[in-house]
Design a protein around this ligand. Structure first.
Ligand code: HXC
Length: 258
């Protein structure tokens, strides 16, 4: 498939998707989201890929859903097409890890897309926000739910009710992003993180991700039970033997399943 609204690059075991509508600060229109879905599908199906990065430009990760495309939709339009969830949920169903590398604006659907990834590495110029309230609507792709889980009720209410932006330092303090790095280092640091994940045992990485995500869906006791069972299952893999033998032999592990 050829892409117009995104750039797709494969660097060894890392797949990089760059949102690319600079004229609209990477506003997420239906073409871009269709292409993003197709690119994620392709990387997920590609055995050689161990980690995916989603990024934007230095000025904007994405300034939200495309307001100009959305503004004249009727209730029946959005209801019938289940706007916008159906198209956007692909990233949340990815079994391989997905890192968001965010510089500049991550607003509305842009912030929601970043939160659908497994973790966010932010440049020091990043700005996060859910400004939908200023447009007469509310976040519609998980913003009221995921943001609340990340930053807690007080900040989620503040962000969603006032529509104000959070800078990178506040986002890190609040638990929305895992690291903040200088803008010039954003892609180097993110590539390093992605490469290191892609070099590990694929089943261990995928099961680890699944287990952490489980904690958002279940009670602590059930989550602990789930973790123990999948932890046990990893002892059936060759990679567990290799990882532990390599440690004992004082040599780097050579994982087979990656
Ligand atoms: C469509 C957008 C856009 C958007 C920016 N642009 N954001 N187009 N949808 N979300 C376009 C502008 O119209 C403009 O096009 C060009 O990008 C540059 O933007 P400027 O506003 O001139 O840039 P600047 O002055 O630097 O301001 C940057 C900004 C502002 C603060 C990010 O653009 C802004 O407030 N954007 C909207 C942010 C927002 O409300 N996001 C939430 C969307 S609703 P022209 O042609 O004029 O040059 C949403 C709902 C999701 O995401 C719910 C789930 C579906």
């Amino acid at each position: 498939m050829s892409y117009e609204a995104i750039l797709v690059v494969r660097e060894d075991a890392v797949g990089i998707i760059t949102l690319n509508r600079p004229q609209a600060l990477n506003a997420l229109n239906s073409q871009l989201m269709d292409e993003l879905t197709a690119a994620v599908d392709a990387f997920e199906a590609d055995d050689g890929i161990g980690c995916i990065i989603i990024t934007g430009s230095e000025k904007a990760f994405a300034a939200g859903a495309d307001i100009k495309e959305m503004k004249s939709k009727s209730y029946m339009d959005v209801y019938k097409e289940d706007f916008i969830t159906a198209k956007w949920e692909r990233v949340t169903r990815t079994r391989k890890p997905v890192i968001a590398a965010v510089a500049g604006f991550a607003l509305g659907g842009g912030c929601e897309l970043a939160m659908m990834c497994d973790f966010i590495i932010a440049a020091d110029n990043a700005k996060f926000g859910q400004p939908e309230i200023k447009l007469g609507v509310i976040p519609g792709a998980g913003g009221t739910q995921r943001l609340t889980r990340f930053v807690g009720k007080a900040k989620a209410m503040d962000m969603c009710l006032t529509g104000r932006m959070m800078d990178a330092a506040e986002a890190e303090r609040s638990g929305l992003v895992s690291r903040v790095v200088p803008l010039a280092d954003l892609m180097t640091v993110t590539r390093e993180a992605a490469k290191s994940i892609a070099a590990l045992s694929r089943p261990a990485v995928m099961i680890c991700k699944e287990s952490i995500n489980r904690s958002y869906e279940t009670t602590l006791a059930e989550g602990i039970r789930f973790e123990r069972r999948v932890f046990h299952s990893l002892f059936a893999t060759e990679d567990q033997k290799e990882g532990m033998s390599a440690f004992a032999d004082k040599r780097p592990a050579e994982f087979k399943h990656r």
